[in-house]
Structure formats: structure tokens, C-alpha cells
Design a protein around this ligand. Structure first.
Ligand code: NAD
Length: 355
């Protein structure tokens, strides 16, 4: 083990976390703890039943539900949600769902200053971060601000038992992508690095069990624990090339978020592993060099492996490579447009990376 003599800053972790099985029953207690008296419950249409059940459970603390959350937090949805929020006289929001619903909770909280309790039901990891990506007129903009971070996160393992097998795997790989980039982040610190490595161990132990027994409570616990760790790491450090590529491809070609991350990850990890030893702990966890180990792990879990499976053409790869080099951002390994184009070709073909 080595520790850089450059020193580090550990910013602290400001979100309260309630983790376990059946923890959704503690939502009223958490609303009251924050001084709230009327909580608007947010969800997607798919999870409207869960939102209504939570509102019923909150009883007098409920200001009703708003179940129109959508991918990439469209501003027009936020505006409708703000109308519902004001009309219901709510004084806090509770989001139950994946990153899309938590994004809507953040969008309301940052505009109104009210408290936000997030109850994640996927592994995507928006809940612990100060990051909000919103779309308006087809353009996605992302910003970071302390007011975006939820005050409380309730992780209830029981809510993840229904997560479909394909989403379980791609959402977990989306989380692992945050862990990988946290390891080589320019502002990484020993605590976020420790969390990222511990998360990868949890995913490595839990995911293979879920492939055969999707409702195994211990494996679901381990995987949700990994998701919490990766989300926390993401919330306190900067992301690099992998996120730039995933957002470029998702934003330009409307590919599904978690699948895009899952396919790109072995290739971005392989590319960057050549320039940093920050990913070395992954070799022991995944049993091969970072890119190859992740690719083997993803394949064994039945994850999609090629961008071609997402209906991208080779011409789309040219466009993506061009966009991805337009702005500069931190990355452990410098790159050219040709480097990115070659990386995308390997990801498109679904080839096993050599490193
Ligand atoms: P999602 O929130 O869009 O959910 C996908 C679908 O799965 C929805 O219909 C949802 O209702 C359903 N679903 C969620 N949990 C379920 C469960 N347990 N059982 C059955 N169905 C369930 O998908 P996501 O991958 O969680 O989030 C993706 C979005 O989150 C993207 O817009 C991404 O940009 C954002 N995100 C933001 C951050 C951040 O820090 N700001 C971090 C990660 C992801």
C-alpha cells in the first residue's frame, strides 16, 4: 500500500443514510426528523403504485404523489411537478425510484430549498451526489451544487428485489463505472478510493448469486451496499473520460443510460489502466487486468457487450469521437480523437480488451 505525499482533502459526507431491510417504514420518522410535515412523493409512472403506497403509509404527513418523473429530468416535467408541489402545499419531497425520479427530487429541492429524502430502487447512484443533469429543448446540461444533495437517503433492500435481471446487471455496472473513475479521479482521497474498492468486492460477491437467485436477500444487500459506496464516491470526486463518452453517446444517440455505461466501461478502464496504477486493486477482485477483468465479469453476468447491440452505426462512432474531444477534462491518460475512435470501435464490436 502506498499513500501519495501530495496529501489530500476529505470533504466529509453530509447525507444521513438509513440502510437495511424494511427501512421504508422509517420514512415518516425521517420526514419529521427534518422538520417536515407535508411530503410530496415522486416516482415514474411505472412506480406509481409504490408512490401511492408510500403516501398512504405517510398518512397525515403526505401531500400526495406526482408520478411523471422521466429519464434525464426534462425541465417541462419539473415545471409540472413544481405546480403540483405548490398546489399541495408540500414542505419537502420524497423520491422513490431510480436516477430519473431522484433527479426530479433534486430539481425541485434545488429550486425551492426544501429538504429531499431519496429512496433509491436501482443501483445507478444519483442519491448521494450533488450532481443534477437536466434536459431542455433536447440539450442536457449538468451542474454540481451543494443544494442538490439529498438530506437523507433511505436504502431499503426489499425495494430492489423486483429489479429485473437485465437492469440489475447494467445498473450495477453503471455503479461500478463510478467506482472506477473515483479511483483515478484528480481529487480522489483515501476514503473515496477505499469505498470504491470495497464496492467492487461487494458487486463481485453479490451479482453472480443474483443471476441464479434474484431475490436472495443477502446478495441484494451486498449489491445495494456496493451501490451506496459507489454513489458516495461519485458524489465527492470528479469524473473523467468514461463519463464523457457515456454522456456523449447517450445524449447524441439516445442510447439507454445503464447499458451504455456497461458496454463502455471495460474499454475506458483498459485505456486508462495503461497510465495509472490506481486501478491495480481491481486485478485481484476481477482476476485479470482491469479492462479484461471487467469484460469477463460483465459477460458472465449476461450484460450487453457491444455498442452495435444498441443500434449504433460505425459512422455514429466517428461523430461521438469528434464530440468527445471538443472540450478538455481531467483524465489520467491524454488522448487524441483517433484514440477515442479506436476505443469506440472495440466497444462497438464488443471485443475483450487486452489490458
Ligand atoms: P431510471 O430511474 O430511469 O429507471 C428506469 C425504469 O426502471 C423506470 O421506469 C423505473 O420506474 C423502473 N424501476 C426503478 N427501480 C425499479 C425496481 N426496483 N423494480 C422495477 N422497476 C424499477 O433508471 P436509472 O438507471 O436508475 O437512472 C438513470 C438516470 O439517472 C439517468 O438520467 C442518469 O443521468 C441519472 N443519474 C444521475 C446521477 C447523478 O448523480 N445526478 C447518477 C446516476 C444516474
Amino acid at each position: 500500500m502506498t499513500l501519495s505525499t501530495d496529501g489530500f482533502i476529505f470533504p466529509g459526507i453530509s447525507t444521513r443514510v438509513v440502510f437495511g431491510s424494511g427501512t421504508i417504514a422509517r420514512t415518516s420518522e425521517e420526514v419529521e426528523r427534518l422538520g417536515g410535515s407535508q411530503a410530496l412523493v415522486l416516482s415514474t409512472q411505472n412506480q406509481a403504485d409504490e408512490a401511492r403506497a408510500l403516501a398512504d403509509q405517510l398518512g397525515a404527513l403526505s401531500a400526495g404523489t406526482f408520478s411523471e418523473a422521466a429519464m434525464h429530468t426534462p425541465v417541462e416535467v419539473t415545471e409540472r411537478a413544481l405546480d403540483a408541489f405548490r398546489q399541495s402545499k408540500a414542505d419537502c419531497v420524497v423520491s422513490i425510484g431510480g436516477g430519473s425520479t431522484i433527479g426530479l427530487g433534486k430539481a425541485i429541492a434545488t429550486r425551492t430549498g426544501v429538504d429531499h429524502i431519496a429512496i433509491p430502487t436501482t443501483y445507478a447512484g444519483s442519491e448521494m451526489t450533488d450532481i443534477l443533469g437536466e434536459t431542455e429543448n433536447g440539450r442536457k446540461t449538468t451542474r454540481r451544487d451543494a443544494s442538490i444533495r439529498p438530506e437523507t437517503v433511505i436504502y431499503d433492500v426489499d425495494l430492489t428485489l423486483t429489479l429485473p435481471a437485465d437492469m440489475t446487471v447494467t445498473s450495477a455496472l453503471n455503479a461500478i463505472a463510478h467506482g472506477v473513475e473515483a479511483l483515478y479521479a484528480p481529487d480522489a482521497n483515501p476514503v473515496t478510493s477505499m469505498m470504491a474498492v470495497e464496492a467492487m468486492r461487494a458487486f463481485k460477491a453479490g451479482l453472480p448469486v443474483l443471476r441464479d437467485a434474484p431475490r436472495d436477500p443477502d446478495a441484494r444487500s451486498l449489491v445495494l451496499y456496493g451501490a451506496w459506496l459507489c454513489s458516495t464516491a461519485l458524489g465527492y470526486v470528479a469524473m473523467s473520460l468514461h463519463h464523457k463518452l457515456a454522456h456523449t453517446i447517450g445524449g447524441s444517440f439516445n442510447t439507454p443510460h445503464a447499458e451504455t455505461h456497461a458496454i463502455l466501461l471495460p474499454h475506458t478502464a483498459s485505456f486508462n489502466a495503461a497510465a495509472t496504477d490506481a486501478l491495480t486493486p481491481m486485478e485481484e477482485i476481477f482476476g485479470a487486468t482491469p479492462g479484461a477483468g471487467l469484460w469477463d465479469f460483465a459477460k458472465a453476468q449476461g450484460a450487453p457487450l457491444g455498442l452495435a447491440d444498441l443500434c449504433l452505426s460505425e459512422a455514429d462512432l466517428d461523430t461521438a469521437a469528434e464530440i468527445a474531444v471538443q472540450n478538455s477534462y481531467a483524465n489520467p491518460r491524454p488522448f487524441t480523437q483517433d484514440d477515442i475512435r479506436a476505443l469506440l470501435q472495440a466497444a462497438w464490436e464488443g471485443r475483450r480488451p487486452e489490458h
